[in-house]
Design a protein around this ligand. Structure first.
Ligand SMILES: C[S@@+](CC[C@H](N)C(=O)[O-])C[C@H]1O[C@@H](n2cnc3c(N)ncnc32)[C@H](O)[C@@H]1O
Length: 331
């Protein structure tokens, strides 16, 4: 019996970049500064794609980094689809232009159902490539991307009743990338907890939550048996007052310098705890200051789809998540 085999992909065109970063327009300047800081050169910018050369790897401000880019010239829609299928099965098209043609190519690829994730659950394990038709007859493809979600953005089955606001999505996304989360009986510190979205996430997982804020928690969160609200200044709390903690989470609104000191303190004071902290940026991003976060051993930074003008800092016991940037840059 004759089996149908995918033909070999055609030879790629020569390119002068090693990574493509997808970035929101509002964060493009911060990404370009970050790349310069890492010793990467920006070679081209096409729409929301920034092509860089020098130090391949994940960039913190990117919503997805394409880690194995190649370009192909294509004579037809069929040829484009054949090329993608010859490389691998699962693709997500990132369309900047030539939308109709891109749709016709996409229609010839295997259908992937991006089912919303029910938290807590692991991200998809199958590799998801990205492609973009950057000209009518030229496409960039990358079978390897930093994040396993379409355009790097996980979609969750949302809970519209339990949490008091939508900030819970940021912690869901961070814990999903972390691939582990607090379990029943673990002790979590939630700094800047009001009105209680993050505390709700931690409490739902069965953890014991010490929730600190100057402002009160929503009553439905404050009254949960495993949530212990404490009114006061989160910067004045230390490990002697909290006792041992397994997770330190902070979504405090504060100057990044203060948050850097806070990250240093908790990473040192609780060396085995997992630390997840929002780094709020103000106006123009101070790349030197962001770089100082990487000096904390095990630090990683990522711009999550739920982040606004901010990054999420991770210091996890297992060194992850791989989707977040670390220093020196990882290939
Ligand atoms: C973005 S909100 C936190 C939202 C929260 N993570 C949630 O899911 O509902 C930031 C919080 O930081 C608190 N905050 C800012 N500075 C603080 C400080 N020095 N001590 C305690 N809380 C502070 C504010 O009162 C505010 O409630």
């Amino acid at each position: 019996m004759k089996h149908e085999t995918s033909p070999e992909p055609p030879a790629p065109l020569p390119i002068d970049y090693d990574t493509v970063h997808v970035v929101e327009a509002a964060h493009q300047a911060a990404l370009v500064d970050e790349l310069a800081h890492r010793g990467s050169r920006v070679v081209a910018i096409e729409g929301d794609l920034v092509m860089s050369a020098g130090r391949p790897g994940v960039a913190a401000w990117a919503s997805n980094s394409w880690l194995a880019p190649a370009e192909y010239s294509l004579a037809s829609i069929n040829e484009a689809a054949r090329t993608l299928k010859a490389i691998q099965r699962n693709w997500h098209g990132h369309h900047l232009a030539h939308f109709r043609r891109a749709e016709l190519i996409a229609a010839k690829l295997p259908t992937i159902r991006f089912r919303p994730l029910a938290f807590p659950s692991m991200p998809p394990a199958a590799p998801l490539g990205a492609w973009s038709l950057v000209a009518r007859d030229r496409m960039i493809v990358s079978p390897r991307c930093s994040r396993p979600f379409a355009d790097g953005q996980p979609v969750f089955v949302e809970d519209r009743h339990g949490p008091p606001n939508r900030a819970y999505l940021k912690l869901w996304e961070a814990l999903t990338l972390a691939r582990h989360w607090p379990v029943a009986g673990q002790r979590c510190l939630d700094l800047g907890a009001s009105p209680g979205g993050w505390s709700w996430v931690l409490a739902e997982l069965g953890a014991d939550v010490l929730a600190i804020d100057r402002a009160p928690l929503a009553p439905a969160i404050a009254h949960r048996a495993n949530v212990h609200p404490q009114a006061g200044d989160a910067f004045a709390i230390d490990i002697d007052t909290t006792g041992p903690v397994d997770w330190v989470c902070s979504d405090l609104i504060a100057y990044p310098e203060r948050l850097l000191a806070l990250a240093h303190y908790w990473c040192r004071a609780a060396p085995r705890a997992n630390v997840i902290l929002t780094v709020k940026c103000q106006g123009t991003v101070d790349t030197d200051l962001i770089a100082a976060f990487y000096e904390i051993p095990g630090a990683r930074l990522a711009h999550l789809s739920a982040n606004k003008h901010e990054l999420t800092f991770f210091r996890l016991a297992d060194g992850g998540p791989a989707e977040a940037a670390r220093w020196p840059a990882d290939a």
